[in-house]
Ligand binder design. Structure first.
Ligand code: SF4
Length: 756
């Protein structure tokens, strides 16, 4: 049987458990959640191996199927998994394209001459030589500057291996762009309100909700698998969906109310909703009285923020604003104002997230059926090792007095602190001298590319570990090719959910080329750095088996089941009626007035700030996701590129007419700082976007000279290039990236020499 690329997607979408969920016709709105295909590979002739997906951070548990020759033929969701319900999303199904991609990194590479960014000067090397070189540089920097001057940027499951190695080495400067460039503000905003951050996956009881509000959150395009499935269930059950978005997104098309808000005014809408919910007594009175702090202060704070006031800011109909508030009130407490995920927009994002948290609190949805459930995480023992050395300095020393409410490392902060004299900071703080970059393309994930390049130029050493040659690879001194998730073990997946569970990732086949698993690379580096005591296991099988035996299971058992789910320790999924609760805030209550924010000198309740709007001829630049791609890392995947191989720029028909642009015309974008897109992008004329904004899908327009993303090179435009105005959120360190405006160049601009 000949299997086409699209067939891979169909086959993998058919886990048996998934078919039950798939009965919802609504799931057909998501490409890839397809119906049963008659050409199914015969499972009885295949071997299956437990894994969990690495195509995005959702980590759905799955089975990898291999044929008699050991060839990977399909991926199917594990039915026992709460994250996927036995069903992978289109991206996850196409995950085997990561294995088959011929552009993969194949051998360790060393830059023997030339400057960083000139990738033509790489030469293949042995693992011995490459690992020795990294260890030598780390050791030297430790002696000359201290171990804290080495930072790790990372994304993905393999982070734990390298984080362990770096902590043993003496540095806790371990940063993930998924914090300061994505969810950081909501974690601080929810923490300031409920005394705990949201975390991942968000504990949202979507399947039982009666009303869900999405604010700039594109479920269906953002393939958060379990959430998308639950949203389809909720809609089938008659739930009301309210979508706030300047774009008529997929979610908006499934919504009872779509509010096409003027970008950058979301906080005005949220304050108006709080006003209506308080003044029209739509809030959950018993819940608010028993569990919250600062209600009267909040009531007074929002008294002037009427829907009519918000209408002047947001461009929305005040009656629609009121109608949406009444929908929420009627559904209370089974209502979710979704906290969102990528929330770094305008620099006041913690306060916007606070307003979302406050709305949930007023409606009594936190800890309630159809709102937020109480998630549980399994406690897994750690393989014994000596205590980590206590670092003398951390990234925080570069920002005295700032970010006290932040609990993770701010990646853009590490980047800033790498450039000498960029910031006024005390003498005894480290300028970072070396970066290890694992699984994240920093030139795409951090805003302001030139700043990132400047930081990289200042480094004494940089090593990149990845499966694919991304732009960041071209800037490395040493490149290590990692095996894909289908060819390696990783640590057990331990996620909080309705029930605690663990999942195994085991290799379905041997690593292709000369790639190696992350655990092996980290152990090899650790041993070269004299950290043998921290790596006393022979291999990861021994480490995993030790952990599993401690909890009454074994590696052998996990290979058979893939996922193991445990009973909850706290019986109820929701707060019990009238239960006495103590929240992790200063007052022990849900803080509508945040004492923690007040103590740090910030607004204790959200204050609306007017943000600049585009000048004539310019349009707000917004970006988002497509269901078949995850950031920039999947656009070279042969199966996923087959579904979408370039982005386009969404332009309102009125704007297209003003500019004389037709559908499909290739144009270049130029931002407010005169930065022009390296590659052209095709115009998509659509009513689905406001006339003051344009939209592109993130992650396209790869441009790494010489290193070989052949399939995706120059396809579409790179949205990160346009993000040169970064509005830092002083509270969370989040990098607001939605304050950039673009205009159109209808003819090809004069070519500039590019180095990325
Ligand atoms: Fe993989 Fe999709 Fe699940 Fe993400 S949501 S882990 S891409 S199957």
């Amino acid at each position: 049987m000949k299997t086409t690329r699209r067939d891979f997607i169909k086959i993998g979408s058919m886990g048996a458990g998934g078919l039950a969920i798939a009965t919802s016709p609504l799931l057909n709105w998501v490409p890839g959640f397809l119906k049963e295909d008659s050409e199914v590979l015969d499972d009885s002739k295949l071997k299956r191996t437990a894994t969990y997906c690495e195509v995005c951070f959702w980590k759905c548990a799955a089975w990898t199927y291999t044929d008699k020759k050991g060839k990977i033929v399909k991926l199917i969701g594990n039915e026992e998994d709460q994250q996927s319900n036995g069903r992978l999303c289109p991206r996850g199904t196409g995950g085997l394209g990561m294995y088959y991609d011929k552009d993969r990194l194949k051998k360790p590479l060393i830059r023997r001459k030339g400057k960083r960014g000139e990738s033509d000067y790489f030469e293949e090397a042995s693992w011995e030589e490459a690992l020795d070189l990294i260890a030598e540089n780390m050791d030297r920097i430790k002696k000359e500057h201290g171990p804290e001057c080495v930072a790790l940027f990372s994304h993905g499951s393999g982070t734990s291996h390298f984080a362990h190695m770096l902590k043993a080495f003496g540095s806790t400067n371990i940063a993930a762009p998924s914090y300061a460039q994505c969810r950081g503000p909501r974690e601080v905003g929810f923490d300031a309100t409920f005394g705990e951050s949201v975390g991942s996956p968000e504990p949202l009881d979507i399947r039982n909700t009666k009303c869900m509000v999405l604010i700039g959150s594109h479920l269906g395009e953002n393939m958060h698998n379990g959430q998308v499935q639950e949203m389809a269930q909720a809609i089938d059950n008659g739930a009301t969906i309210i979508t706030v978005d300047p774009r008529f997104s997929t979610a908006a098309s499934k919504s009872k109310i779509w509010l096409p808000i003027k970008p950058a005014t979301d906080l005005a809408l949220l304050l108006a909703w709080i006003n209506v919910i308080i003044n029209d007594e739509l809030y959950d009175k018993k819940y608010v009285e028993k569990y919250t702090y600062g209600f009267d202060l909040l009531k007074n704070h929002v008294k002037n923020f009427t829907p009519e006031w918000a209408a002047t800011e947001t461009g929305l109909d005040p009656n629609k604003i009121r109608e949406a508030a009444y929908e929420m009130g009627a559904a209370s407490p089974a209502v979710i104002i979704h906290p969102g995920r990528h929330v770094t927009w305008y620099g006041d994002d913690t306060q916007r997230s606070r307003a979302i948290a406050i709305l949930n609190a007023l409606l009594g949805s936190y800890g309630r059926r159809g709102g937020f459930y109480i998630a549980e995480k399994f406690k897994l023992p750690k393989f014994p090792h000596p205590p980590y050395p206590k670092p003398k300095r951390t990234w925080r020393d570069a920002f005295p007095g700032s970010y006290k409410l932040v609990h993770e490392v701010i990646s853009s902060g590490v980047c800033e602190a790498t450039i000498p004299n960029q910031m006024a900071r005390p003498e005894d703080t480290c300028n970072f001298k070396a970066w290890l970059v694992y699984g994240t393309n920093l030139l795409s994930s951090l805003p302001d590319i030139n700043n990132t390049i400047e930081a990289i130029k200042q480094l004494e050493f940089i090593a990149v570990i990845d499966t694919m040659p991304m732009e960041i690879t071209g800037w490395a001194d040493v490149v290590l090719p990692e095996a894909t998730y289908l060819e390696r073990y990783d640590m057990l997946r331990v996620l909080k959910h309705r029930k605690p569970s663990i999942a195994l990732r085991a290799p379905a086949t041997k690593p292709l080329y000369d790639s190696k698993p992350g655990w092996w690379i980290a152990k090899q580096l650790g041993e070269r750095l004299g950290l043998q005591e921290f790596f006393k296991f022979k291999n990861i099988e021994e480490e995993l088996d030790w952990q599993l035996k401690k909890i009454g299971s074994s590696l052998e058992e996990m290979k058979k089941v893939g996922v193991k789910t445990f009973d909850r320790t706290y019986d109820d999924l929701y707060y019990r009626n009238g239960e006495e609760l103590e929240f992790g805030t200063n007052t022990g209550k849900i803080e509508l007035y945040s004492t923690a924010l007040a103590e740090e000198g910030y607004d204790a309740m959200p204050v609306y700030t007017k943000h600049p709007q585009p000048a004539p001829g310019f349009y707000r630049f917004i970006y988002g996701r497509a269901p078949m791609h995850t950031f920039g890392k999947t656009v070279n995947n042969p199966y996923l590129a087959d579904l979408m191989d370039e982005n386009s720029v969404w332009v309102n028909p009125k704007v297209a007419k003003d500019w004389g642009m037709r559908n499909g015309k290739e144009i270049w974008l130029e931002n407010q700082d005169g930065v022009v897109s390296t590659f052209p992008v095709k115009v998509r004329v659509t009513e689905r976007i406001r006339s003051d904004a344009v939209y592109v899908v993130h992650g396209f327009g790869h441009n790494n000279k010489g290193m070989g993303l052949k399939r995706s090179h120059g396809k579409g435009m790179n949205d990160t290039e346009m993000i040169t105005n970064v509005m830092n959120d002083k509270i969370s360190g989040g990098t607001g990236m939605r304050g950039n405006f673009v205009t159109f160049l209808l003819e090809e601009p004069e070519k500039k020499e590019t180095t990325v």
